[in-house]
Design a protein around this ligand. Structure first.
Ligand code: FE
Length: 238
């Protein structure tokens, strides 16, 4: 008997039946359809659920591993991790020197095992009064996820990816950063093998702060290099 050809349309149409008949337990992927009970899941969600179903049936995927991965990205990673690295660099000049020489190995001193599942190397670049570093991925959206969390939508935007290397000062201006003429702008193009972390300048008014307090001041955008941290003013002080 001739095998029935399954078109892309048929595959998507049969997706719900395949998914419903399987033992999918990938929490994050089923949450969406549970949350909107009665509403068909999105096309992407259907494809993912169907893929999990097929790979699980073939013994190529353990749904528990998918759950663990989703939990990792939902709760463990984020800019707070990169902020710890920056705060340590601010209070410990020797750490900063090591970080600038070899960031991949130096962040392990903080218990960080690397930049997630990626095997990419990490490079740290430091801002100063004379240098402003900015990170982009002109090809797609390579980003140090484990240190900064998921990339913001503008980082993946074609306009940002192209303009960041053509007219970086204009782009930074649009982010609210006006640079003096004598400040050099260094734009770093991320790749699958290389990810960058910007060490912003330590803000004025933070002398005497603990490392933890300092980490709370570090923003995601400052570690991508599109934001300058403002001088610290205690609450209530004008
Ligand atoms: Fe990329």
């Amino acid at each position: 008997m001739a095998k029935k050809k399954i078109s892309r349309r048929n595959f998507l149409a049969t997706g719900p039946a395949v998914a419903a008949g399987s033992a999918i337990s990938a929490r994050g992927l089923t949450q969406e359809s549970e949350a909107v009970h009665g509403t068909p899941p999105s096309g992407i969600s259907l494809r993912v659920q169907s893929l999990i179903s097929v790979l699980t049936k073939k013994g190529l995927l353990d749904p528990k591993a998918v759950d663990a991965l989703i939990e990792y990205y939902e709760t463990k990673i984020g800019p707070h991790t990169g902020a710890q690295v920056v705060a340590r660099a601010w209070v410990d000049p020797a750490f900063k020197t090591r970080l600038l020489e070899n960031a991949s190995s130096t962040i392990t001193e903080l218990g960080l095992t690397g930049i997630g599942n990626s095997r990419a190397d990490l490079v740290a670049v430091a801002n100063s009064a004379q240098v402003q570093n900015m990170v982009v991925c002109t090809l797609c959206s390579c980003y140090p996820w484990a240190l900064l969390g998921l990339p913001p939508s503008w980082y993946k935007d074609f306009a940002f990816r192209s303009r960041a290397v053509i007219e970086p000062r204009a782009v930074l201006e649009e982010f609210g950063m006006t640079l003096e003429e004598d400040v050099e702008v260094h734009v770093w193009d991320s790749t699958a093998d290389l990810r960058y972390l910007v060490i912003p300048e330590r803000p004025e008014g933070t002398e005497g702060m603990t490392e933890e307090e300092l980490a709370a001041l570090v923003t995601r955008d400052s570690m991508v290099g599109v934001e300058k941290l403002q001088p610290y003013r205690p609450e209530g002080e004008v």
